[in-house]
Write a protein that binds this ligand. Structure first.
Ligand SMILES: Cc1cc2nc3c(=O)[nH]c(=O)nc-3n(C[C@H](O)[C@H](O)[C@H](O)COP(=O)(O)OP(=O)(O)OC[C@H]3O[C@@H](n4cnc5c(N)ncnc54)[C@H](O)[C@@H]3O)c2cc1C
Length: 263
């Protein structure tokens, strides 16, 4: 069980940041991951009074507050229009509605979980994260950002572009962690693919050989999928072997490329 010595509802980001510099203190998101831990922490830092539970829209971008729930992302008309429904598809298999009402976007990204559907999609959307101290950085960079940098994630920023995206994942049973996650997108004719749950953290793969440069036919989709599957690194765990994941990757990427024609 997780227990705390003290609970603080931070009244400013500065207060939250200062408190989180102490190693034994913990920032709270929806607490769904945190509650699984067995530890006695110092101060629990609650961000719920800081107005981070809103999605702001401007002409250039969406700014998703760290405390926005996965369920809000799933049902957000603007985000689903921008992503051709990939936002809902990426989160709707995560456990259940009550869970997604609590799990936060900020906790999902800050956790940098290897199995993350959320990280896979946000990488594909070329999202940025805004950290109170470190400022704005590409989510791809944040994926490798040292965990010793204790910071507060305030917003996830999704640029409004003409990118088209298809998200697919494979689970052994509904509501389980994914065996593999995959998001293929195309922007200005350039395709890229993010593969996650390898079971390591999501990774971006570009169309380095320009296999889709002349369009996504059945043959070029198969060639691109085979190329990604050969370049991506996989490992085995209780949900599937590395070889199984490689095969799944080839199938999901090919299907995603072909599905892009329909969105
Ligand atoms: C049983 C189970 C099944 C799951 N299945 C899936 C799945 O299939 N696919 C998937 O993508 N995800 C899955 N998840 C992960 C889940 O969707 C959330 O990503 C996870 O629970 C973290 O979100 P949270 O809001 O609960 O964060 P918390 O558990 O509260 O926090 C997670 C971590 O992030 C830190 N943190 C939280 N918010 C901030 C912030 N704003 N700034 C700095 N640090 C912060 C916390 O200190 C903690 O270290 C699963 C989780 C569980 C427990």
């Amino acid at each position: 069980m997780l227990s705390f010595n003290q609970y603080v509802r931070a009244q400013s980001l500065e207060e939250a940041y200062t408190l989180c510099q102490k190693k034994s203190n913990v920032v709270l998101g929806g607490m769904l991951w945190l509650k699984m831990q067995k530890k006695n922490a110092g101060t629990a830092i609650d961000l719920c009074d800081l107005g981070l539970d809103q999605i702001e829209e401007s002409e250039e971008e969406y700014r998703i507050g760290a405390m926005v729930s996965l369920r809000t992302l799933e049902n957000h008309a603007g985000l689903n229009a921008l992503t051709q429904g990939a936002m809902a598809e990426a989160v709707k298999h995560i456990v259940g509605v009550q869970f997604r009402n609590l799990a936060t976007a900020g906790g999902s990204i800050y956790g940098r979980f290897g199995f993350s559907d959320v990280m896979t999609l946000f990488m594909a959307l070329d999202a940025k994260v805004e950290l109170y101290h470190a400022g704005v950085m590409e989510i791809r960079e944040f994926a490798g950002f040292s965990r010793t940098n204790r910071d507060i994630l305030t917003y996830i920023i999704i640029p409004k572009t003409s990118r088209k995206t298809v998200y697919l994942s494979m689970r052994n049973t509904e509501t389980d962690f994914p065996v593999l996650t995959c998001a293929v997108s195309v922007l200005d004719g350039r395709y890229s693919c993010v593969v996650g749950a390898r079971p390591a953290l999501a990774q971006v793969y570009e169309d380095e050989k320009n296999l889709l440069a002349h369009g996504d036919t059945a043959e070029s989709a198969a060639a691109f999928a085979a190329d990604i599957a050969s370049r991506a690194e996989f490992a085995g765990n209780m949900r599937g072997s590395a070889a199984y994941r490689r095969k799944l990757c080839e199938v999901l990427v090919r299907r995603a490329v072909l599905a892009l024609q329909e969105v």
